[in-house]
Design a protein around this ligand. Structure first.
Ligand SMILES: O=C(O)C(=O)C[C@]1(C(=O)O)C=C[C@@H](O)C=C1
Length: 309
């Protein structure tokens, strides 16, 4: 009678949880945005929940309105999304995964409009940066809006014949626009990396490649950043990202008080991603070592690396 019953393993349970259609995932933007696509890449059956701001997505997770948030953190062309670095520190969520996604932009216009009629182009600032060469060839006025899908929605709902939107092919379908040009990104490898945030951390493993993200401060002194980076180099741990942000609460550091007065330096927070799991002794040792001279250190998350594109 029980011949066909298969014993459940832990991996069955974890995959059924992550693919569960009841998972609600917040993203910033309108339906058809690249962030929505990233949320669906991470959780194909999820209910993707649009938010008007990054902070709203953080709050939605904190208030249990959604299970996760998927937010952009860096673009291979446009660089870091600084706002999300600052919000990671201000909020207490954990990074539980990452999604790397190839971003292909289209120029969209109203049905019947020819590309020569387009005098103005709307899009997200990162998308405008990623398509700069093509846009300069068209010699159009560029205008920033909240996200790529919002640009498409605006052109469609206001019936703007002289205005185009840089957005996804899916946004064209959703808002009834035509694709006037495809793959208009300057670099064929146009990748955006998104972070997956949750209330609870994932348990670090060693069964597949893991990455750890941390933030720390340093005291004044010669070579302190060099020493901080050496704790990883000494243990053969590769760094994949380093970012510095101003310390808003303590923006200036006063150094020395000689006859010439005291110097005031900007004070920074350092964000580092490194390729090791917190389940590994070498990662624990590296952070123990860093703690010896970092007055503040927080692990933002230890999560499986996205090795697919
Ligand atoms: O505007 C969108 O569609 C977004 O999802 C935002 C965003 C970004 O913030 O970088 C995401 C991916 C692309 O790099 C362009 C824009």
């Amino acid at each position: 009678m029980f011949m066909n019953c298969r014993t459940l393993s832990l991996s069955d349970l974890s995959s059924s949880l992550s693919d569960d259609a009841s998972v609600r995932v917040a993203y910033k933007g309108a339906p058809g945005s690249f962030s929505e696509a990233a949320a669906l890449k991470a959780y194909p059956l999820c209910e993707a929940v649009p938010c008007d701001e990054f902070e709203a997505a953080f709050r939605a997770v904190e208030l249990w309105l959604v299970n996760k948030a998927v937010l952009p953190i860096e673009s291979s062309v446009g660089g870091s999304v600084h706002r999300n670095y600052d919000l990671l520190l201000r909020h207490r969520l954990h990074i539980v995964g990452e999604v790397q996604m190839a971003v292909h932009h289209c120029l969209l216009g109203l049905p019947g409009v020819q590309i020569e009629e387009i005098k103005r182009v709307l899009s997200h600032p990162q998308a405008i940066t990623q398509c700069e060469i093509e846009l300069n060839k068209l010699s159009v006025v560029k205008e920033s809006v909240e996200d790529t899908a919002a640009a498409a929605q605006f052109v469609a709902s206001n019936d703007l014949r002289d205005t185009g939107a840089i957005a996804s092919a899916r946004a064209a379908t959703l808002y009834g626009l035509n694709i006037l040009a495809e793959n208009i990104e300057d670099e064929s490898d146009n990748i955006t990396r998104f972070l997956i945030l949750a209330r609870e951390p994932v348990i670090p493993g060693t069964d597949r490649p893991f990455k750890t993200s941390i933030v720390f401060t340093l005291e004044e002194g010669p070579g302190v950043l060099f020493k901080a980076l050496a704790v990883f180099a000494l243990r053969d741990i590769s760094l994949t990202k380093i970012e510095s942000r101003p310390q808003r609460k303590r923006p200036l550091r006063v150094v020395g008080n000689s006859g010439n007065g005291s110097a005031k330096y900007f004070d920074y927070l350092f964000y580092i991603d490194f390729e090791a799991s917190m389940a590994e002794q070498r990662a624990q040792n590296a952070l123990g070592h860093l703690q010896e001279f970092a007055p503040f250190l927080r692990v933002l998350g230890c999560y499986p690396m996205d090795t697919y594109l």
